[in-house]
Design a protein around this ligand. Structure first.
Ligand SMILES: Cc1cc2nc3c(=O)[nH]c(=O)nc-3n(C[C@H](O)[C@H](O)[C@H](O)COP(=O)(O)OP(=O)(O)OC[C@H]3O[C@@H](n4cnc5c(N)ncnc54)[C@H](O)[C@@H]3O)c2cc1C
Length: 401
């Protein structure tokens, strides 16, 4: 390709900012980042915003390369054939390549009353809406519904702030956690005063303004109900006619290129490479963002992009400000029986908060410098096995722009 190349990145989260910064490696690439807010949301601190201990917003000037043009708007449609996007404010933007990095948010709660009376906290605006509700009801019983990482961290944060908290887990506390680690997390939560409800009956079937109803009919008084059960993704790709997985993540090959269009590349929570998506996490979003940029840069250079190689080390879960657990995992993200706790875990968690911002800032200053340690050499095998099981062909198609 000769001349200037226009790349539009949709979504200014961890994956989108990483991709936008990395794309500035080439002077002949113009990068436009479209995001609904003028500030970067450090999402993994949102439970702290809810607990009132930390903000979760970072100035884009800190994390975004100067040459990236930031457009504060929301993309409402992708016109794949016309290579353009439509913006909520009415304008359009054309592209040669598009990076789809719209992230995730709260899943649609299908439980009666949840949409009206429970408070989701997976986005900045949701977390901000909950704060005054909590302030207005300082002694109200709080119920946190859902005990994935978000529910555990929010319950711990609120209990440490002196709230009476019940955590309704669904079947199990922290389904990702190894049973041994789960027991230690449960002990810490109990120590903070959280009532942890687990097992078949610990499922919310309805929410009212002042209670939650459990399977089996019991009612639990709840002045404030916090909803953390599940993440969903924006339906922009599906609405725009691009193929997605069942959740709505853009289906790509192992280079992160859309199975429908060679000029569309995805990263972060909203990408489903080979229909075998990585766990929604910052841990994956940074490397996927960098890889998405590398795929675009390879295509511009008329080279074959490489396959993703992203592994995991585990998961850090904060348990209030003074405790944390690092659940260790194999690179394919299977939890091991080992974990780290105590001050070391608190330090690792705090370092990870800061490290994420630093990685983005470093990439802004020196595009191409970001590397990641954890790779998953066995992914290719799993992808092949999965595709064989589905009766599909090779893991990627050789494509040229
Ligand atoms: C409280 C909390 C704690 C968490 N803790 C951890 C943790 O400890 N470790 C971990 O690895 N992960 C954690 N996660 C998950 C992690 O935050 C996500 O996996 C991560 O944010 C994904 O990054 P992303 O760039 O794909 O998407 P996001 O960070 O969600 O960014 C997507 C961006 O795209 C924007 N966008 C969406 N639609 C449009 C559109 N149509 N037009 C323009 N822009 C759009 C969004 O507004 C957003 O700014 C946590 C999440 C939460 C909520």
């Amino acid at each position: 390709m000769t001349g200037n190349t226009e790349v539009v990145v949709i979504g200014g989260g961890y994956a989108g900012v990483m991709a936008a910064n990395r794309l500035t490696r080439r002077d002949d690439v113009t990068v436009t980042l479209i995001n609904p807010r003028p500030t970067f949301v450090h999402r993994i601190r949102l439970h702290q915003l809810v607990g009132g201990t930390q903000g979760a917003v970072v100035d884009y000037r800190e994390v975004l390369a100067e040459s990236v043009r930031l457009v504060v708007d929301t993309v409402t449609h992708i016109d794949v054939a016309g290579r353009g996007v439509t913006l909520a404010a009415g304008g359009t933007a054309g592209y040669d390549y598009l990076v789809y990095a719209v992230g995730s948010g709260s899943a649609d709660p299908r439980v009666p009353g949840a949409a009206a009376f429970a408070h989701p906290i997976a986005t900045l605006e949701e977390a901000q809406r909950l704060r005054p509700v909590l302030d207005a009801a300082p002694t109200a019983a709080v119920t946190v519904v859902g005990a994935g990482m978000l529910g555990i961290e929010a319950a711990a944060e609120l209990a440490e702030a002196g709230r009476g908290v019940t955590l309704v887990c669904g079947e199990a506390l922290g389904p990702y956690l190894h049973p041994r680690v789960r027991r230690s997390v449960a002990r810490r939560l109990t120590g903070l005063g959280v009532t942890v409800l687990q097992g078949a009956g610990a499922r919310v079937t309805a929410v009212t303004p002042d209670a939650v109803r459990l399977r089996g009919g019991d009612e639990l008084p709840s002045g404030v109900t916090v909803w953390t059960a599940g993440f969903g993704v924006p339906d922009l790709a599906a609405r725009s006619g691009l193929r997605t997985d069942a959740l709505g993540r853009l289906l790509t090959d192992e280079t992160l290129t859309s199975v429908d269009d060679v000029r569309v590349v995805a990263a972060g929570d909203s990408a489903a490479p080979s229909d075998l998506p990585l766990r929604m996490s910052c841990q994956a979003a940074g490397p996927l963002g960098a890889h998405a940029a590398d795929t675009v840069l390879s295509r511009i250079a008329d080279e074959q992009p490489s396959f993703i190689d992203v592994g995991f080390f585990g998961l850090c879960v904060s348990l209030g400000r003074r405790a944390a657990t690092v659940q260790l995992a194999s690179k394919d993200d299977t939890a091991k029986r080992f974990s780290l706790g105590g001050r070391l875990a608190v330090k690792i968690k705090e370092d990870s908060y800061k490290g994420l911002i630093k990685h983005l800032a470093d990439e802004a200053r020196e595009p191409g410098s970001y590397t990641w340690k954890f790779k998953d050499g066995k992914r290719r095998q799993r992808v092949r096995a999965e595709r064989a099981e589905r009766g599909e062909g090779s893991a990627t198609t050789r494509r040229t722009a």
